[in-house]
Design a protein around this ligand. Structure first.
Ligand code: C2E
Ligand code: CA
Ligand code: CA
Length: 548
């Protein structure tokens, strides 16, 4: 800046109004020289005469006069040219400095433009990418699918929309950091599934979509869905916890279920909700009837909210007999709901809605209390050997105070823990494996019995059988019904009985309906039996008839 100031003052010395002209300046100097020369020639002699010198002396001095003139004008010219050249030199230096500065400024400007372009690009990427997983996001999903439909309208495409079962619970119990870690890990697994024909998007929270750009047969889509579900199911090992999760997926096909992205997405969402309720941990293809089913569930869920207050629940009991002695030793409590608008609603219709809405928690509390109250009544009138079994769902087990609730209720009714059994299904064990194993282990250590219900019906895994703290194995009715009906199922039944005994478990066969089934179970020395052959579930007041 200093040099700029200097340069301004230098330029400031020039007349601002008149434009500088080199021709005029040169002419002025030449004219001044000529005028001064002529004046010198004409006036110098007159001046000498004037001061009284004589002619001889003046003609002698004329040579010296010439020399003086040349010397004086030479000196004046020299001074003037020096001044002009000095100015030119200064102006030149200022120009050089200016030029350098301009080059610097140009560089800075270019750098700024580059930075701006970069951040613009970054912003563009951010708008289309999910920060946590680095997968393309919802905006990108809608863009890509819409463009694809425009570009290849005749190509069959599919969307698999899925989310994590009970993700809220993971966040609530293990914290958001674990939840985030899980989402990142899922993102990585999904990235491994991507190829030229598939892309994956994180829509929001725990929701993802896999887009199949083209397929020929539906089974290809199904195979992708299976692969996806299997890959996400594999357990996750974080710093000090192991997580087991499942996802439920809804599938839509283009153009069968819709021809625009919005419709396809909406249908995929419906199919996913449907899968969650009817086929948890699996996948469902969209179908128009799903909307009616989901509506029915809405009505059930609304009625369920008021059912406890309106006292609409009742417990039925189904006896379990010792196969050797034929004595009733345990009762399974089964929930019944009679609603004023819907009539009798079977558990198969309302239990899963109660689970999905978590209303199962207060309902489960009621069941526990009612079953213990009833058992105490039986003990008090002399049937003190009878035990009771209640069904608990995954949602109930995930409650932080679940163990306390059980212990406190037993204390309240002064019941020994050995009289209570909790029935859990395998699907319960799959989610939050570690967390639930701990709770069940604690309950078992307190003397409460744990039964694995419906064994063989789901994702039967020997792993669960060996690692889970259980006392009782309940063979699913489908195996019992295969006796005398289907050789493979029948032989599996005997194998499960032997396996259960080998592991030191009490084996219970449920859904026993025929004499042949009883004989078969006797042959393989199954410990206990339960089913219509002996008794249907009956209300509390009829239990005494059975016991007598
Ligand atoms: P589950 O625990 O497997 O209960 C046995 C089901 O089999 C009962 O159906 C019972 O009525 C039925 N059953 C018993 N014997 C036979 C037979 O010989 N043949 C046939 N075909 N079926 C037989 P229910 O009462 O409809 O209960 C259905 C499911 O609802 C139960 O399956 C259980 O998972 C669930 N559930 C029932 N009560 C509760 C409850 O209080 N809490 C929870 N979380 N779930 C419950
Ligand atoms: Ca059961
Ligand atoms: Ca069962």
């Amino acid at each position: 800046m200093e040099h700029l100031k200097g340069e301004k003052s230098m330029l400031g010395r020039r007349p601002k109004s008149k434009k500088y002209s080199p021709f005029r300046s040169a002419l002025q100097i030449s004219l001044a020289y000529i005028i001064a020369g002529i004046s010198w020639i004409l006036l110098s002699d007159k001046i000498l005469y004037g001061i009284g010198l004589d002619g001889a002396l003046i003609s002698k001095l004329s040579v010296a006069k010439g020399w003086i003139y040349v010397l004086v004008t030479g000196i004046l010219l020299h001074l003037h040219i020096m001044k002009v050249l000095g100015r030119i030199y200064e102006a030149d230096q200022a120009l050089i400095r200016n030029h350098k500065e301009l080059i610097e400024k140009d560089k800075e400007l270019k750098e700024k433009v580059r930075e701006l372009t970069e951040s613009e690009e970054r912003l563009r990427v951010l708008a289309y990418r999910d920060v946590l997983t680095n997968l393309p996001n919802r905006i990108s999903f809608f863009d890509t699918v819409t463009n694809h439909i425009l570009k290849f309208p005749h190509k069959k495409k599919a969307l698999i929309f899925f989310d994590i079962d009970n993700f809220k619970h993971i966040n609530d119990t293990l914290g958001y950091l674990v939840g985030d870690q899980l989402i990142i890990a899922i993102g990585e697994r999904l990235t491994n599934l991507i190829d030229d024909n598939k892309s994956v998007y994180r829509i929001s929270g725990d929701e993802f979509v896999l887009f199949i750009h083209g397929y020929e047969y539906q089974r290809e889509v199904e195979s992708v869905a299976q692969q996806l579900i299997k890959s996400i199911r594999e357990s996750y090992a974080f710093a000090n916890i192991t997580l087991n999760i499942s996802v439920s997926a809804g599938i839509v096909l283009y153009p069968l279920h819709g021809v625009d992205t919005d419709t396809l997405f909406k249908c995929a969402d419906i199919a996913m909700s449907y899968a969650k309720s009817k086929n948890r941990g699996g996948y469902s293809f969209y179908h128009e009837t799903m909307e009616a089913t989901l509506k029915e569930r809405m009505i059930i869920s609304n009625e369920l909210r008021r059912a406890l207050d309106k006292n609409e629940f009742q417990l039925y009991y189904q006896p379990q007999l010792n196969l050797e002695t034929g004595n009733i030793c345990k009762l399974e409590a089964l929930l019944r709901w009679c609603n004023e608008n819907l009539g009798n609603v079977p558990p198969s219709k309302f239990i899963e809605v109660a689970e999905a809405t978590h209303i199962i928690n207060p309902i489960g509390d009621w069941v526990l209390n009612e079953a213990c109250r009833f058992l105490k009544e039986l003990h008090n009138i002399g049937y003190s050997h009878i035990r009771i079994s209640i069904n608990v769902s995954a949602i109930q087990l995930m409650q932080v105070d679940f163990v306390d609730k059980i212990i406190n209720t037993l204390k309240h009714y002064k019941l020994d823990p050995k009289y209570l059994e909790l029935e859990v299904t395998e699907s319960v064990l799959i989610e939050s494996y570690e967390n639930i194993r701990e709770k069940l282990g604690l309950l078992k250590s307190k003397g409460i019995s744990i039964a694995l219900d419906d064994f063989g019906s789901g994702y039967s895994s020997l792993n669960y059988l060996i690692q889970m703290p259980i006392n009782t194995l309940k063979i699913d009715k489908s195996f019992i019904h295969s006796i005398n009906q289907n050789a493979q199922g029948e032989s599996l039944t005997s194998m499960i009985i032997m396996l259960g005994k080998e592991l030191g478990l009490t084996v219970v066969a449920e859904g026993v309906e025929t004499k042949e089934q009883v004989e078969y179970l006797e042959k393989f020395k199954c410990h206990m039996v339960q089913g219509y052959y002996y008794s249907k579930p009956v209300p509390g007041k009829e239990v005494l008839n059975l016991l007598n």
